[in-house]
Design a protein around this ligand. Structure first.
Ligand code: FAD
Ligand code: SF4
Length: 331
């Protein structure tokens, strides 16, 4: 047994002040990831700060024409919100492709961003893992690495970020609003998660005392041309081998803007804006999509069990872009 204290935060200021009291404090929201990590002895917080009663449960319009998603709105409420369905269907589809209905009813938006990798060695405390404890080694590099990264990995960690929601947020260029003892800040989603480098224990750039308040979606929702394609080992209730969020702005058959975010391939949702720009002003053809896919995967490196992900990623990118362009048979 690992003893811990439990506090229910009364307001956001109280939550931040409670978190500032110990480096081993953790907020708990839906608990769908943190409780599992505690049961497996992977997370050992000394203080649990229950934030479920904080007023962060609204979805509302922003002044610039976008939409603000409260950190404590559940994944289910977000996916089925009429404004999200109408203006940001890409996000709705990505969320609904993840987990199960029961989990989505508990899981919150803030918790989804901060869920930890599903690397089997990370959960197995009998093995070496630099993410669990920096400097101990990575069991996955020479181990069973079928689910692991092919882009942006380091010699310290080859884990992937497991979220579906975050892949759509990357394509939509969402902004995460947080607050902590040093005040409020806005973090573009591209800068929220980190690559592993020499510090694979740090998943994000969020401070230990900082709480996520909301996620802002910019006005552009790509409702007319989008697709979320997730390839996984079984049809439901499985994490992505590869997923792609594709969003296009089209003028007739010509692409004005393209965004392509990948999940399941890196330590964070993966984008390559230079590759995306290759589609600007081009026709929505399979050949043009293939060029972008080849460019995005150009520097990919596989390990013993996951090299297949490189070709798979290319095919999923082409398929997602094709679906986004035509908005025909749903993937
Ligand atoms: C069996 C299973 C299958 C799943 N399949 C998928 C899937 O296919 N796709 C997918 O995307 N996800 C999947 N999930 C993950 C699920 O989406 C996450 O567990 C969930 O989103 C986490 O949200 P939560 O509110 O329960 O977080 P919690 O477990 O409460 O917290 C997770 C982390 O976030 C921190 N935290 C929570 N809220 C805040 C906040 N507002 N500010 C600061 N820190 C905060 C906590 O301190 C903790 O570190 C699956 C989970 C399970 C158990
Ligand atoms: S890939 Fe990362 S999470 Fe998995 S064992 Fe290696 S260091 Fe740990």
């Amino acid at each position: 047994m690992n003893p811990f204290s439990y506090t229910r935060a009364t307001d956001v200021t109280n939550a931040v002040s409670e978190a500032s009291r110990s480096a081993a404090a953790k907020f708990i929201a839906g608990g769908t990831n943190l409780i599992d990590l505690m049961k497996e002895n992977v997370a050992r917080p000394e203080r649990l700060i229950d934030i479920t009663h904080l007023p962060l449960k609204r979805i509302e319009d922003t002044d610039d024409g976008g939409l603000r998603l409260g950190a404590l709105v559940t994944n289910a409420e977000t996916a089925y919100n009429p404004q999200v369905e109408k203006r940001y269907p890409l996000l709705s589809r990505a969320i609904l492709s993840g987990a199960s209905p029961q989990l989505r009813n508990m899981a919150t938006n803030g918790g989804n961003l901060l869920q930890r990798t599903r690397c089997i060695y990370f959960y197995d405390t009998a093995t070496h893992c630099n993410k669990r404890m920096r400097g101990t080694g990575c069991s996955a590099i020479e181990g069973f690495n079928r689910m692991h990264a092919v882009l942006g990995a380091s010699d310290q960690c080859i884990a992937v970020h497991p979220s579906d929601m975050c892949v759509a947020l990357a394509a939509l260029e969402a902004v995460v609003l947080v607050t902590g003892k040093n005040g409020d800040r806005s973090i573009p989603i591209a800068d929220f998660h980190r690559l592993p480098g020499d510090t694979p224990d740090m998943d994000t750039n969020l401070g230990g005392d900082e709480i996520i308040l909301s996620i802002d979606l910019p006005p552009k929702g790509f409702a007319d041309h989008h697709a979320y394609v997730k390839v996984r080992d079984r049809a439901s209730y499985a994490f992505a081998l590869v997923s792609v969020a594709a969003a296009l702005e089209m003028s007739g058959d010509i692409i004005k803007e393209a965004r392509v975010a990948l999940g399941g391939v890196a330590h964070k949702p993966w984008r390559n804006t230079e590759a995306e720009a290759l589609l600007t002003g081009k026709a929505a053809t399979k050949d043009n999509f293939q060029i972008v896919a080849e460019t995005i995967l150009h520097d990919a490196e596989g390990f013993e069990h996951n090299t297949f992900k490189i070709e798979l990623s290319k095919r999923v990118i082409v398929r997602a872009l094709n679906h986004a362009a035509r908005m025909e048979t749903r993937p």
